[in-house]
Design a protein around this ligand. Structure first.
Ligand code: NZQ
Ligand code: ZN
Length: 392
């Protein structure tokens, strides 16, 4: 078992109608001049933004607004937000949306609290010393950014997608009403479920330490998400299933499923971030498209762990070598992805990279880490190229 720090300072306010409490929460956390940050229009269309404005007004909090965050959020929008925040004397950022909006808010928060170019943090040139306070009103269960310490941003110049993590950016509160996710398309719902699964699976596949309780929590979480993803495929308006998935999304990425381990593998995420950075696809769907290829490439390095996954998570029964079990477990997970209409290859995702683009993604991925990618089977540039080829 490894030593660990488990820090989850985010207050979660969960359930029907809780977005009405947002004004009071902002006040309580010291906000008096708020930047409401949102995406491409779903929050306006659903009436959510209207309810949030009412709640802020009632709490006597003033605000400015910046919408237009796109999936795989862009650095240029973050620069716009930092300039607006400075001009308007913003002291709190309220992100209304999913991972892209929350991540954009976090990056603006870094920009407001630190001098200089914010991309430096993502480029690993220096570390942030603070972040303006963030609150989140979550509208999609997926990225887990509402409780996580990380944010992922795409710089348009060179289409480079990079993450940056620090404890400063964890949201002060997360307002989570599962009803808000009822307007999601089946594709976005399923893509979110894959991302949630992957945040636990990346941690589950580790190389050192580990705890029985962490494994147990992870396995229960994975099974719960798969079960409820299938319910939502057939019955998208099922509130309880929406709630199970939404809470799982936060628990999957707030550190709980990594306690006592080395932190996990994360190669699938790094491999995917290059794909969504270059081809602008949904992150969760991108993960579904590459995971099986990564797993088949990596499992011989720790077939016993993959066999446990097959048995405990995917319900694979019967005798067999660890290798045989591992293969069956990977196949079962891919079958689950297919069952919720997620792609299991890049071509099914609609992405057809050239050889030059594959090398570019592999090199950027390796450079972004500054060395081998992942821990189950540490991957160099040639390994990454092989996995992209397998995923075609
Ligand atoms: O922009 P709008 O109109 O709101 O539409 C969004 C967007 O098109 C739509 N949507 C969101 N809530 C909706 C809705 N449509 C209808 N009804 C609703 N209630 O969904 C689309 C996707 O939104 P996005 O925020 O991009 O989704 P997600 O939460 O999956 O976030 C993906 C981003 O998060 C990053 C990903 O790389 C990607 O950039 N990640 C962030 C992490 C973190 N900060 O900890 C970890 C993850 O591994 C991930 O990398
Ligand atoms: Zn993810």
């Amino acid at each position: 078992m490894n030593n660990f720090v488990f820090n989850t300072p985010t207050r979660v306010v969960f359930g029907r109608g809780v977005e009405k409490e947002v004004g009071g929460l902002v006040r309580e956390y010291g906000g008096s001049r708020v930047l409401i940050h949102f995406g491409g229009g779903s929050a306006e269309r659903s009436g959510l933004l209207g309810r949030i404005r009412d709640s802020l007004k009632e709490a006597g909090v003033s605000w400015v607004e910046l919408g237009g965050v796109v999936p795989n959020p862009r650095l240029s929008k973050i620069h716009e937000g930092i300039a607006l925040g400075r001009r308007e004397g913003v002291d709190f950022i309220l992100a209304v949306g999913g991972g892209s909006v929350i991540d954009s808010a976090k990056a603006i928060g870094y920009g407001l609290a630190n001098e200089g170019e914010v991309w430096d943090f993502f480029d690993k040139k220096r570390k942030a010393t603070a972040c303006a306070p963030i609150g989140a009103v979550l509208t999609i269960a997926a990225a887990g950014s509402e409780m996580s310490s990380s944010c992922v941003v795409t710089r348009e110049e060179g289409w480079i997608k990079r993450g940056y993590s620090s404890e400063y950016s964890r949201p002060r509160f997360a307002v989570m009403n599962p009803e808000l996710t009822l307007t999601l398309s089946p594709w976005q719902t399923a893509s979110g479920c894959v991302d949630i699964l992957m945040h636990t699976m990346e941690r589950y596949f580790h190389r050192s330490g580990g705890m029985e309780i962490t494994d147990g929590i992870a396995e229960a979480l994975l099974k719960t998400v798969m079960k409820n993803a299938l319910i939502l495929r057939d019955d998208p308006s099922n509130y309880d299933a929406r709630a199970e998935v939404m809470w799982a999304g936060s628990l999957s990425h707030n550190g709980l499923t990594g306690c006592g381990t080395d932190g996990g593998d994360w190669a699938s995420h790094k491999i995917e971030h290059e794909v969504s950075g270059l081809f602008d696809v949904s992150h969760g769907a991108g993960l579904a498209a590459v995971w099986g290829s990564w797993a088949r490439y990596a499992y011989p390095a720790d077939a016993a762990r993959f066999a446990r996954f097959a048995h405990k998570v995917m319900g694979v029964s019967g005798a067999g070598t660890h290798e045989e079990m591992a293969e069956k477990g990977i196949e079962a997970m891919e079958n689950f992805f297919r069952a919720i209409h997620m792609p299991t290859s890049l071509s099914e995702l609609g992405v057809h990279p050239t050889e030059e683009q594959i090398r570019d993604m592999a090199e950027k991925c390796y450079r972004g880490i500054g060395g081998p990618v992942g821990v189950i089977r540490p991957l160099d540039v040639d390994d990454l190229i092989n996995i992209y080829h397998m995923a075609m």
